[in-house]
Write a protein that binds this ligand. Structure first.
Ligand code: GLP
Length: 253
């Protein structure tokens, strides 16, 4: 695991965008696993800026998103499909048919989960998976549990996650209680993983994820077993991890 510490959120976004940009430049047909939440917004801004200057071309890229709320239609302003459209896809030249997100309105949850896993397999798996870190230690919406869920599944969101995500909604009552999420299996099979973390409020859970025991109680801890993980995190997020790693600052990226 490589840990790159940055001074702040903007630098984290730029360095993480460098890694995604290098992937797309070297492998224009890449399958990118994409994430939502507040953390990747700066990365997406940077990627679309580079697209606009002609530095990046997404015409061959395929994308699979990690998760989607259940019960929100595609056009709902709080759906992750809408988040992706608004913050990235509508600004770049990725082909609509190459964009994949679980269908939060699917009537048959089991069939939707199966479809999503088959789709990821048919694409040949994920080349580079971008991940944020939830306050519960979740990745995607894989919440703390007694075991790791290998496959895409429908999950009941924890009270902590519902409260954390309420800021995107008008009221906490509007936050969906369930979601579809890619399983730990597809995430761990990604060839490369890029975990981005920002802010002091994430410092304790980041320390547990990176340096604590590997346990489904902290789902992100499984990343310790992945052979190619890069963590790009700012000083605040790494403030409780000082001394636990060899202090690489990520210069040159
Ligand atoms: C959300 C998403 C995750 C995301 C996490 C952190 O619930 N499902 O994919 O990584 O929460 O979000 P944020 O970046 O806003 O802290």
């Amino acid at each position: 695991m490589k840990i790159l510490q940055t001074s702040n959120y903007e630098e984290m976004s730029r360095k993480a965008a460098n890694i995604l940009a290098a992937q797309v430049t070297l492998f224009p047909q890449s399958v990118l696993g994409l994430a939502t939440g507040a953390t990747p917004l700066g990365i997406y801004r940077e990627l679309l800026r580079r697209y606009k200057t002609g530095e990046l071309d997404f015409s061959g890229v395929r994308s699979v998103n990690l998760d989607e709320y259940c019960g929100l239609s595609a056009g709902d302003p709080n759906s992750y499909r809408e988040y992706m459209r608004k913050n990235l896809f509508s600004h770049i030249n990725i082909r609509p048919e190459n964009v994949h997100i679980p269908d939060g309105m699917a009537a048959d949850a089991q069939a939707e989960c199966r479809r999503y896993d088959e789709l990821i397999s048919a694409l040949g798996g994920i080349d580079l998976q971008l991940l944020g870190l939830g306050m519960t230690g979740h990745i995607g919406f894989n919440e703390p549990n007694d075991s790791f869920d290998r496959h895409t599944h429908k999950v009941r969101l924890s009270e902590r996650t519902i409260a954390a995500n309420a800021r995107q909604f008008r009221s906490i009552d509007e936050v969906p209680r369930t979601a579809f999420t890619m399983g730990i299996g597809a995430i761990m099979q990604a060839k490369r993983i890029l975990l981005v973390v920002s802010g002091r409020h994430k410092a304790a859970i980041l320390k547990e994820a990176l340096f604590g025991p590997v346990t489904p109680r902290v789902p992100a801890s499984i990343l310790q077993f992945h052979p190619d993980v890069t963590v790009v995190a700012d000083e605040e997020a790494l403030s409780l991890s000082a001394g636990l790693w060899n202090g690489q600052k990520g210069e040159g990226l």
